[in-house]
Design a protein around this ligand. Sequence first.
Ligand SMILES: [Zn+2]
Ligand SMILES: [Zn+2]
Length: 262
Amino acid sequence: MTGSADLVDFQNPNFRIQENLSSVFKHLFSFFTGGERCVCCEKKTSFYPLCKRCLTWMLLGTENSQSCRICGKTLVSEIELCSSCRESPVIKSCDGVYPLYSYRLWKKNLLFSWKMLEKRNLSSIFSKLVYARLNELQKTLGTNLSVVPVPPRPGKIRDRGWDQIDELCRYLHRGWNVKVLKLLRRNSVTQQKKLDRVQRLETIGNAYSLVSQKRLKKIEIPETVVLVDDVLTTGSTIENCAALLKSLGVKRVLAITLFVVD
Ligand SMILES: [Zn+2]
Ligand SMILES: [Zn+2]
């Protein structure tokens, strides 16, 4: 897949206007307060959060030259499958993983700025990058796709006030009416004890579980869903989550992650 040189824009006019206004205010504010620094290269810029050069890199960076059919990691001299997926695949329940970028160099700064330094302005850019990939999948499959956010560790929102993946999915919803299905939750040790028997059987050795039956009943389960997460490392999170979704009757689980450690 090739990266386009422009960011897609939000489709919903009201949200687009609201976001554009807010970015004008941020630019004005940053202009009058002496300029912001690009979260990626730290040069002064009025194109906060990313200077023009870094944004261009980001847009051209979705090269995804040759990637593993199962886990999406970049292939070096292998064909179709990376050596770990060939020898002992971690991902068995997911039907396609599409990471946007290799987790290297300046891309590490980006994720750090977003998650740890809480540069929430990046959410809008990330949502546009994820939507571009989601939309490619929608066109290929000829159907609208719903996304399932990989849930944060318990207490994260309480501690930090927000969760990046949740926010990204909210942007997908508000910007393009993407359906967001909160089907999963992450277990803490104490929560594990509170699960009912069926849930507990499903979650042995698993950090994630399905939300309660009561909540599931209210959600219509589509044939295909797309998991959304920030970084793919071992693949076990995606595998855990995909297996749970399959147990719900989802036929095809895909995953988009911003980064892949390869
Ligand atoms: Zn920069
Ligand atoms: Zn692989």
